[in-house]
Write a protein that binds this ligand. Structure first.
Ligand code: ATP
Length: 280
């Protein structure tokens, strides 16, 4: 198989000062990721994953399992404690992006990745119009021509089924589902090969959620973009992900093809998740 587009190896993310006891990840219980000595929380423990070109990788787990910490670290919103991540189209996949300079990290964020947050206030500037939000991302990645920006914004908003007359309106006046669609348009503005989506449909009404999920599937099919989709909801993961990683207390407890995980979950925690999905 080709080299993964994104390869993450043994990522650890700790909140708190840490101590000699928890430096050894084996001393952290699989039932609780808090260090019993210093109280630090190990949000990610030895997390490794591969993301291939054009695939959707789902990350599922209950609240607090470390999913957001992982994607926020990949987008450099948060610093990791240790670990490696490489992107095959960045410096031939030979540099650990976590140890790059602030300037290089900005380059990676602006050219190689897009991020869609659960909370649209984190991904959008509510005092800019929706077109202005897309312009901001395009300018950050080196597109300055006003006509080209306007054209790209029109194309993206149309793709996400946002009525074009609303391009000049503030997203603060939009519904939750529309805000998420503007956020996705903004994240796609610079054509990144990798899109990170963190609980993007959580909190939306079911019909609105279905529309956003459909649009995500559509853009993945049309643009062949690789995505990491984080959700506590296995139903969302089932709709979107080719492969799935199950996280619990900071650790990856199971991974495989989504269909396989749904049909024959191996870990007791995954069995519980699948059972609750089938019995709602
Ligand atoms: N800024 C922070 N300071 C201290 N602890 C944090 C911080 N952010 C997250 N944590 C802790 O890290 C662990 C993992 O949190 P994280 O948000 O990554 O989980 P999650 O699986 O994304 O859950 P959710 O969907 O509820 O956000 C939790 O125990 C959480 O309390």
């Amino acid at each position: 198989m080709n080299k993964p587009l994104l390869q993450v190896t043994n990522v650890n993310k700790r909140y708190g000062a840490g101590c000699s006891h928890c430096e050894d990840s084996k001393s952290i219980s699989v039932e609780d990721n808090r260090c019993t000595v210093c109280g630090s929380i190990w949000a990610c423990l030895d997390v490794s994953l591969d993301l291939h070109k054009g695939e959707i990788l789902g990350i599922v787990g209950e609240s607090g399992s470390g999913k957001s910490s992982l994607v926020k670290s990949l987008y450099f919103d948060d610093e990791i404690t240790s670990g490696i991540a490489t992107i095959s189209t960045y410096k031939q996949g030979e540099e650990n992006i976590f140890t790059e300079s602030a300037q290089q990290k900005r380059y990676i964020r602006n050219h190689l990745m897009g991020m869609v947050y659960q909370n649209p206030w984190l991904g959008l500037k509510m005092s800019f119009s929706s077109g202005g939000n897309i312009a901001e991302k395009l300018i950050a990645s080196g597109t300055y021509h006003v006509g080209a920006i306007r054209e790209r914004a029109t194309e993206l908003l149309d793709h996400m089924e946002i009525p074009l007359p609303r391009m000049d309106e503030l997203p603060r006046t939009f519904s939750g589902g529309m805000q998420q669609r503007v956020q996705i348009s903004k994240a796609l503005a610079n054509n990144p090969p990798i899109l990170l989506l963190d609980e993007v449909t959580t909190g939306l009404d079911l019909s609105v959620q279905a529309k956003v999920l459909d649009l995500i599937r559509k853009i993945q099919r049309e643009l062949h973009i690789a995505m990491i989709v984080v959700s506590h909801d296995l139903g969302v993961i089932r709709m979107l992900a080719d492969r799935t990683l199950v996280m619990r207390h900071g650790r990856v407890v199971e991974q495989g093809l989504t269909d396989q995980i749904l049909e024959d979950p191996q870990h007791p925690y995954t069995q519980q998740l699948v059972h609750s999905l089938l019995h709602v």
